[in-house]
Design a protein around this ligand. Sequence first.
Ligand code: DGL
Length: 274
Amino acid sequence: MNNAPIGLFDSGVGGLTVARAIRDLLPNESLTYVGDTQNSPYGPKPIADVRRYSLEVLDQLVEQGVKALVIACNTASAAMLRDAHERYDIPVLEVIQPAVRSAMSITRNGRVGLIGTVGTINSRAYDDLFSMRPEISLTTQACPRFVEFVESGETTGPEVLRIAGEYLEPLIAQDIDTLVLGCTHYPFLRGAISQIVGPEVALVSSDIETANDVYRLLTDRNLLRDSPLPPTIRYEATGTDTRAFSELANRLLGVDVSHVDHTPTGVIALPGTP
Ligand code: DGL
């Protein structure tokens, strides 16, 4: 089991920020990444649909024999926060709780901002968790165009800054000292977001916090990979245009993501165990 890959997924390229952070901390681990490009974007879709798509992808990853699941998508995490843990025998990690925990420990003035997709913001999943600390005031803002920008490879330029300014202005007006990037696509826009909110506002990003949780989980449960062979990193996309997915991933990550398998949802892919 230890040498099986970690399975993670997102609607598209956003979860690659989580994959990258896991690779930074755990370079000996094999990963199988699924971008559910056939159903992307998740943000504007009804939560019941997102839940269905997500469970289909997670079921497939479990069939492939992964040793742990990472829901590398806030919208999917919000849709399944309650039941994903009960459905599978292997550990399931998601991105919302680690980000909330980190923001709670970072804020000094108790004013936290949250940006995310329409689905994540409307689910109030973050609000529920922050309500455990009533002294913290949470201001939320949906940023629907951010995912569009990232999925089209546009992370710099005047239009990105203009839209970022519009979205973030109401949060700055609340005097936030901590901003949660509540969508795994947003770390690709970190430069623009940071430029708008300024250096005084701490950015909490679910990719790094989740990778810390994965590290802790594998260490605590003795699940670290112990094979002398190099780890395997596998990318799968559920949509047919796997070339577009791999080109975008190459461009955003600056690493070679040259091989992307097409995995229609509902069909089991090749075994992912090295
Ligand atoms: N990356 C996803 C998230 O963290 C969602 C992007 C989308 O498909 O709208 O919420």
